[in-house]
Design a protein around this ligand. Structure first.
Ligand SMILES: Nc1ncnc2c1ncn2[C@@H]1O[C@H](COP(=O)(O)OP(=O)(O)O)[C@@H](O)[C@H]1O
Ligand SMILES: [Mg+2]
Length: 260
């Protein structure tokens, strides 16, 4: 019996599922010159399958750093990160890179496109790095999903910021990741394209056995997520379940004014 049918069986309680993302008491310290700057303080969070969760907070509150730590791109200074049952501590860089290519999708705030490659080649890159071939039509399908069918042969330098951001999204969509991290995935997009991108992320997140954690500044984006986590000065200070955009905006305004 597959999980979907199991979940739908009336009267049977759903089996306890292990979270796909689990962070326990995460601390992150950067050494700056002779100083140690603690960026993340004691952050614990869980994201389960079929969840799309937003992370919000004032600029500099540690949102990107938290995503890097959870995705194994940065090592935590203290605490533990477990992704899909795998404890990231002690894994070699090669192991982590392999895991990121196969199970984790990371959409960077700065897109991280390779300028010498075309849009289609950029989308295919995670497969090429893992010496794998994407299924036939997958790259074209991902580009179509973000409205860039005509741009497969374009290089990033000839594309607008919004188009580059959509190539970065097509790249994670084509990966079909179990766990999708996206750092401000709609930052450079207009409202209509932002909605398209968010729907594509939601489609991944709301599929059985997958989830998404996205950083956003936009209360409308956060309101389309299942939960919203709020960071301030590197601490997790609030959480809302299925808030509307006005509630999110009010919480964010409260955090920002307290931070000043
Ligand atoms: N590599 C680094 N070395 C030192 N400080 C850093 C580094 N990366 C980020 N920071 C600092 O950590 C804080 C949080 O940064 P970041 O996670 O990018 O915040 P956000 O994404 O919420 O804007 C900022 O004060 C930033 O200057
Ligand atoms: Mg950031």
């Amino acid at each position: 019996m597959d999980v979907e049918n199991e979940e739908r069986t009336a009267g049977t309680p759903a089996p306890p599922t292990q979270p796909l993302i689990s962070g326990s008491q995460i601390h992150k310290v950067y050494e700056v010159g002779r100083d140690r700057v603690e960026i993340l303080h004691d952050i614990s969070l869980r994201v389960h399958g079929r969840e799309m969760v937003a992370v919000m907070g004032p600029s500099g509150s540690g949102k990107s750093t938290l995503l890097y730590c959870l995705a194994g791109l940065e090592e935590v200074t203290g605490g533990q990160v477990v992704i899909n049952g795998v404890n990231l501590a002690g894994r070699s860089r090669t192991d982590l890179a392999k895991m990121r290519r196969s199970e984790l999708g990371f959409m960077f705030q700065s897109y991280n496109l390779v300028p010498t490659l075309t849009a289609a080649e950029n989308v295919e890159l995670p497969y090429l790095l893992g010496s794998r071939k994407p299924a036939a039509g997958l790259v074209a399908q991902a580009l179509a999903q973000v409205g860039l069918s005509e741009h497969g042969d374009s290089r990033p330098s000839s594309m607008s910021g919004g188009e580059q951001q959509r190539v970065a999204l097509a790249r994670v969509l084509a990966q079909r990741p179990k766990v999708l991290f996206a750092d401000e995935p709609t930052g450079a997009l207009d409202t209509r394209m932002g909605r398209v991108v968010l729907e594509a992320i939601g489609e991944i997140a709301h599929t059985s056995g997958q989830c998404a954690l996205i950083v956003t500044h936009d209360p409308n984006v956060a309101a389309q997520c299942d939960r919203v986590l709020f960071l301030r000065d590197g601490r997790l200070v609030a959480e809302m379940v299925q808030p509307d955009s006005a509630q999110v905006a009010a919480q964010l305004a409260a955090l920002t004014s307290e931070a000043e």
